[in-house]
Design a protein around this ligand. Structure first.
Ligand SMILES: [Zn+2]
Length: 377
């Protein structure tokens, strides 16, 4: 297994000796080249580590760290169409971030780090904190002061130091980066930036291919904030060398910088900062714009937004069917429903929606969604 880091902005190629999170030459976004083709050998190992052919670290000796990987692909009929829900809400800490956190935590330990600093709107904090605890890393997480209490409690419970920061999501990231820059023993381990994180996340797509009996879906709806689930999907589907599904980046209308750029045909993604119940996608400026664009282009994909009213409606529908997911985790299904409504899903299409986070993560927002429905009835 031989791979290198490549800067998406200036093209610099870097041997993976140091655990760089962005380009040391120009601060651009990094991606990994050389881990994008699965061999034909039978899959060995457990959980997401069965895909270790295309991961930048070796599998843990016990099989998995916290039991990451192998989430269900559950079919559900909504608005007359069968949608396969990839329930990454069932990962050990309750969100898809576990895939990236498991691989990144192990990678940083292999690189001799003992302390990490991360920033998160909540789910990545919980995931990085849990995997840090499991592999013996000290973890400090910078979070927006407004993040869901359950996610922060989760990070604290597993031993992380949680630092709430007033201000925007970007302010939180800057605070974390500056803390890491000022501490020689620490590594900045941002899920939004670190190229290794996305390599772990791509295993969700590899599992979907396996669960569909080796065929690719026709279309996949993916909640998109920073873009790690979206870019991960593209890298995963590509690694199996099957037909690429149309990848749909799904954002909340109030904070949809990728959708705005996509609809205007612009290569440049401009920051947007609006309020939405999809707190995991309240990312003003995604840090992987070039890979998101490449994924949209190569998959003949699209970026699409839903307003919070539609998102609330979809949440209540999923809940009533027994799928207790958090608002961000329902973005894919909500956008999918708008496509069904305008006839954009063809009969017979195999449709997948990535469900990225569990409902227990966002109790206070869920409460408000339910109270509002009660008032309306
Ligand atoms: Zn560069």
């Amino acid at each position: 297994m031989s791979w290198v880091l490549v800067c998406q902005a200036c093209g610099t190629t870097i041997e993976p000796v140091e655990p760089h999170w962005r380009c040391p030459e120009c601060s651009g976004e990094l991606s990994i080249t050389g881990l994008d083709a699965l061999g034909a050998s039978p899959r060995k190992g457990a959980g997401l580590w069965r895909w270790s052919d295309v991961l930048p670290v070796t599998p843990p000796s016990l099989g998995t760290i916290l039991g990451e990987g192998d989430t269900p692909l559950a079919p559900v009929e909504i608005d007359g169409v069968t949608i396969f829900l990839k329930l990454d809400s069932q990962l050990p800490t309750g969100s898809f971030k576990d895939r990236g956190a498991a691989v990144l935590a192990r990678y940083l330990v292999e690189h001799g780090r003992n302390r990490i600093i991360v920033d998160s709107s909540g789910n990545a904090a919980a995931a990085m904190a849990a995997y840090s605890a499991a592999v013996g890393l000290k973890c400090t997480v910078f979070v927006p002061a407004s993040a869901s209490p359950a996610k922060l409690l989760q990070a604290r419970a597993v031993g992380a130091t949680v630092v709430p920061v007033d201000g925007s999501r970007s302010d939180v990231a800057k605070a974390a980066q500056s803390a890491a820059d000022n501490d020689e023993r620490a590594s900045y381990a941002s899920h939004n930036w670190h190229p290794v994180f996305v390599e772990g996340v791509k295993t969700w797509a590899l599992e979907v291919l396996e669960q569909l009996g080796g065929r690719a879906p026709d279309v996949a709806f993916i909640p998109t904030g920073g873009g790690s689930a979206f870019v991960g999907a593209w890298r995963g589907f590509r690694a199996e060398n099957r037909d690429m599904p149309r990848l749909i980046a799904c954002q909340p209308a109030a904070c949809a910088p990728i959708v705005t750029a996509w609809e205007s045909g612009s290569e440049i993604v401009e920051a947007e900062q609006g309020e939405t119940i999809a707190e995991g996608a309240r990312i003003a400026l995604p840090s992987r714009p070039s890979q998101i664009r490449q994924a949209l282009d190569e998959s003949d994909g699209a970026a699409a937004a839903v307003d919070d009213a539609s998102l609330r409606d979809t949440l209540r529908l999923l809940w009533r069917r027994g799928f207790y997911v958090e608002p961000t985790g329902a973005l894919g299904v909500a956008v999918c429903r708008s496509w069904i409504a305008r006839g954009a899903i063809r009969p017979g299409d195999v449709v997948v929606a990535h469900v990225t986070g569990h409902g227990m993560k966002s109790t206070s927002i869920n409460q408000a969604v339910l109270d509002e429905a009660d008032e309306a009835s």
